[in-house]
Design a protein. Structure first.
Length: 577
């Protein structure tokens, strides 16, 4: 039986459904209740990161059913499968965080392997927590099949004492508790009300930042990232995403037709203007790498530098994802950027229309509360800034959303720690001084291994009221919920012999987000002498297993901390098998 809309002779699924030699394969499909008609239709992978680890992904299983309905409605055959997720909120503050960034690669790899192994023709990917979003998008671009991304949605804010609260408040309350200004009873109440529903963390942390990226880059349907996870109205976006991927398949619009240099620039604009997570500086280059596009941390930061910050979201601002949705969501943000000439309008999107055509359909304006007009932004430059200097020849990144210009310049003596645990213990014991620059090294992609986030430490500093009295730099990462003058992604990392490996207590470090400088007051001769005396990378206990493998494959942070050569070295494209 043939579907007149699709030529199966050109689709990957022909290798498992067509011709007499595939009778054994078809027998498996009949065993699952598929009809002859369904077997000979296009096959669509519906991939989710569902698990029971945390609220971020718990709703994905239900949402996948809506996606499958949309695929079936458009005469496709959906095949649901799941992949892993490591949820950062659970992994935070202990050795589990070493598994977080490597999980991004595992997600991309396992989605690729599942699609390849079963010859699916197109992909709808659902994800809810930090690394699962870029991991799913990386797989889409790597496979280069028609693809639609669907975010699982944000958590609803909790309420306490008449104000919205999030998990960020709980992390910072731990610092206040350590400082003696927050009681056991208060902490007990806060932890019970801060996270009242399914969904990813509600501020403009990494999950919501990358959900906005998915829309801005064109892989997700307009406004699909906005509705909170518990809203059953999300089912409409699921069904629409299933139908949309079938339209893309019919027109042979593939992931790399959508993800281009221009659409990556659109995505970086949205990160900057929303005060998004610094982790976008890692994930955008990684997505670009899958398409063979040169787009590294410096390219991202150039866009951050000349993009106004005008969306008032936590952690630097006042509102959460639910508020952005009610104000019109990412489409209104993009519409404001268009007014300033900061959007490439001819980029293709998951609807099959261009970004310009999609924005022509939007008639809402900035509300002036959550989304400020681009003409009167909160600050004139983006909420995320790139840094460079003799301490970071391959760059670094810092979030400045919510900080005054005076707060964006800091010079002080280094207080050096060899790992996050040592730094956290010093912060807990108040064994540091105002005016110091706390240095946490050996936490990069290779040296950690795994490039841990430092939210427990930064939140403790904020909870102690010291967030503006010290600076912090690391070759590791920060949560999107981090606030304070915290510089991450310092490259080269310590394990590669970068200058951060050569620092000593008392070295004068300057962080200047206004000029983009990260430097140490040491001459080249002194740095060379220290490098000659350097004993080499610190040994880790990870002598086998996934983290051992990751540490040996992972590349520099500047290029996205990726683990394979990318599209530039491809011998074939999966979609053309």
């Amino acid at each position: 039986m043939k579907n007149a809309r699709f030529d199966k002779s050109r689709l990957p699924s022909r290798h498992v459904t067509e011709g007499p030699a595939r009778a054994p394969h078809r027998s498996y499909f009949y065993a699952m209740g598929l009809t002859e008609e369904e077997i000979h239709q296009p096959w669509v992978g519906v991939a989710t990161c569902w698990n029971e680890a945390a609220p971020c992904n718990i709703a994905l299983n239900r949402q996948a059913q809506a996606v499958k309905m949309g695929v079936k409605k458009a005469l496709g055959t959906p095949r649901e499968f799941t992949t892993i997720t490591v949820t950062d909120g659970i992994a935070m503050g202990h050795v589990g965080m070493r598994s977080s960034l490597p999980s991004r690669e595992a997600i991309a790899d396992t989605v690729e392997l599942t699609m390849r192994g079963h010859c699916y023709d197109a992909l709808v990917g659902l994800a809810g927590c930090d690394k699962s979003l870029p991991g799913m998008m990386m797989a889409m671009v790597r496979l280069n099949v028609p693809s639609v991304f669907l975010y699982g949605g944000s958590i609803l804010p909790g309420r306490l004492d008449g104000r919205d609260v999030t998990v960020q408040d709980v992390f910072e309350a731990v610092g206040r508790h350590q400082a003696g200004s927050y009681s056991d009873a208060e902490l007990d109440i806060l932890e019970r009300v801060a996270c009242p529903s399914a969904g990813a963390c509600g501020g403009q942390y990494t999950a919501n930042t990358m959900a906005c990226v998915a829309e801005a880059i064109g892989l997700a349907l307009p406004n699909s990232s906005g509705a909170p996870a518990p809203y059953e109205s999300r089912d409409a976006y699921g069904e629409a995403s299933g139908e949309a991927v079938m339209r893309l398949l019919e027109r042979n619009i593939r992931a790399r037709d959508v993800v281009t240099r221009q659409s990556l620039e659109n995505a970086a604009r949205v990160v900057a203007c929303t005060g998004g997570s610094t982790n976008a500086g890692l994930h955008l280059p990684a997505i670009a790498h899958e398409a063979g596009i040169d787009f590294d941390l410096f390219d991202v930061c150039d866009i951050f530098r000349d993009t106004p910050y005008f969306v008032n979201l936590r952690p630097g601002g006042d509102y959460v994802a639910k508020d952005l949705y009610e104000a019109g969501g990412v489409p209104v943000v993009l519409r404001e950027l268009r007014k300033a000439g900061l959007v490439h309008l001819d980029c293709m999107t998951a609807t099959g229309r261009t970004m310009g055509e999609e924005l022509d359909r939007i008639d809402r304006d900035a509300d002036g509360r959550v989304i400020h007009p681009v003409a009167t932004p909160i600050t004139r430059t983006g909420g995320v800034v790139g840094l460079r200097g003799n301490l970071a020849p391959e760059g670094a990144i810092v979030k400045v959303a919510g900080m005054s210009e005076a707060e964006q310049v800091f010079t002080g003596p280094a207080r050096v720690f060899e790992c996050e645990e040592d730094a956290f213990e010093a912060v807990r014991a108040r064994a540091y001084r105002p005016g110091e620059v706390i240095v946490i090294r050996n936490e990069g992609p290779r040296g950690g291994p795994g490039m841990r986030e430092m939210l427990a430490t930064t939140a403790a500093l904020s909870g102690q009221g010291m967030g503006k009295k010290v600076a912090l730099i690391t070759d590791g990462r920060f949560s999107g919920a981090t606030r304070g003058f915290c510089v991450g992604h310092v490259g080269p990392e310590a394990a590669q012999g970068g200058p951060i490996a050569l620092l000593r207590d008392g070295d004068a470090i300057t962080v200047n987000a206004l000029t983009g400088e990260l430097s140490v007051a040491l001459g080249e001769e002194e740095l060379a002498a220290r490098r000659a005396a350097w004993a080499g990378p610190r040994a880790t206990v990870h002598g086998a297993g996934a983290l051992w493998k990751y540490a040996r494959l992972v590349g520099p942070t500047r290029f996205g901390a990726v683990t394979h050569p990318g599209a530039a070295a491809e011998g074939h494209v999966y979609a053309d098998i």
